[in-house]
Structures are given as C-alpha cells and as structure tokens.
Design a protein around this ligand. Structure first.
Ligand code: B16
Ligand code: MG
Length: 216
C-alpha cells in the first residue's frame, strides 16, 4: 500500500491548457502597447502570478509605466482572458487528468488544487471538475507566489495530511521548487531540461498511474 496520502495538482499545464488563452490576452495587450509578444516569450509567464507576468511583459517591450497604469492594464488583460475561459467546457480537460483524479479518490488518496490563478474556480466549474478536489487553494487564498511553498502547505494543512505523504504535480520550474521546499515529492509534467529536480518526469497525466507515484 502506497504511503502517498494526498496528491496536489497545479491547474494550468497539468489539468487544463489555459496558457494558450493567457498568451492571446497578453499578446493583445502587447500589441496595443506597440510591441510583439511571441509564444516563446510566453513560456516565461507559465506558473507566474498576474502582476509578475505584466512586469515581464513590459520588460520584454522595454516599456516603463507607473503602478496605477499597470494595475489597469492587468485588469484589462484579465477581462479578455475571462471572456475566453468563460467559454471553456469539459472537452478542455487534458488527457488522463479526469481519470487519474478519479483513481486517486477511489484509492483513498485525497486531492487538492494548488494554483496561482485567481480564476481557478471559474475554470474548474466550466470543465466540470470542482467535485474532484477535496480542497481548492488558488491565487485568492495565497499571499506568496511559487517558488514559495505556501500554496502547497495550505493545501496539505487543509487536507490534514503531513507534507511527507504528499505528491505535487507541476509543469513549471517554480512550482517544482515550491513542492520540494514544502517537503513534498513532485511529479514534473513537461521537459526534463526545466523540471530535472522533480522525482519523476512525465509528459502528461495520461501517462500517470498510482503505482508510479514517487514514494519516500
Ligand atoms: P490569473 P497555475 C498560473 O496558473 C498560470 O500558469 C500563469 O500563467 C498565470 O499568470 C497565473 O496562474 C495567474 O493567473 O491571472 O488567472 O490569476 O499554473 O498556477 O495553475
Ligand atoms: Mg502550471
């Protein structure tokens, strides 16, 4: 019997691919400001908070703006992003995610969401996954961004599971770092080049089975 008692999942890049919508909204903003923003540039925003994402975007465009203007632009980008995610449905859950969440729960392993997004609830509702998580920690409940371990520590605490019995699923380097700093094991989803510190690296939850969960 596995000693793993809880699995904590990042949202964007693990459960759904919302990075494509973030990209479209950030690119629209960059174009309005008079510069281009490529998909390659967008990689730098994955797993990063909204405020920090805007700072990186402005850095790329070589634009300096006061705090008030920055706040207004972040809100504008979010309105465009929300317009897109409002149309998401069940078909946008990444392959294997729904099945693996169900397998965890059937095996008595508790589940939590650990996302930087302040829009996580809207996304989970639209794709029909709210009920698959025992606990949901999102960007509205945290004060420190990954690689700070706060989001995962809050998740483990709410689940009542010791960090040593938790496994995190993450697609961003900062998220892997956050999981390890929380004293948890981590399954990296994506490239071994960026996620090499994870205990196991897979290309998506379609490859994941309970017997592959990294144990102490
Ligand atoms: P929002 P995750 C992150 O989600 C995204 O990867 C990142 O690109 C985004 O800036 C961040 O959420 C904040 O999202 O603007 O919706 O609050 O990977 O932590 O699930
Ligand atoms: Mg992510």
């Amino acid at each position: 019997m596995s000693r793993v008692q809880a699995c904590l999942f990042d949202l964007d890049g693990v459960i759904v691919d919302t990075a494509k919508y973030h990209y479209l909204a950030w690119r629209r903003l960059a174009n309005e400001l008079g510069f281009d923003f490529t998909e390659h540039d967008n990689e730098r925003l994955k797993g990063v908070s909204r405020v920090r994402s805007l700072e990186i975007l402005l850095e790329i465009g070589g634009v300096t703006l006061d705090a008030q203007t920055q706040a207004a632009l972040a809100a504008k980008k979010n309105d465009w992003y929300v317009e897109m995610i409002a149309k998401m449905d069940e078909s946008e859950v990444l392959p294997g995610a729904r099945r693996f969440l169900a397998e965890c729960r059937t095996a008595g392993i508790r589940t939590a969401l650990g996302s930087a997004s302040k829009n996580a609830m809207l996304i989970l509702r639209n794709v029909g996954l709210v009920d698959q998580f025992d606990v949901i920690i999102d960007g509205n409940k945290t004060s420190a961004a990954k690689p700070d371990p706060e989001v995962f520590l809050l998740g483990a605490h709410a689940l009542g599971v010791a960090t040593a019995h938790c496994v995190v699923f993450e697609d961003a380097e900062a998220g892997v770092e956050a999981a390890l700093r929380a004293g948890m094991r981590c399954v990296g989803i994506g490239s071994p080049q960026t996620l090499h510190r994870a205990n196991l690296i897979i290309s998506g939850l379609a490859e994941m089975t309970l017997d592959r969960l990294p144990m102490e």
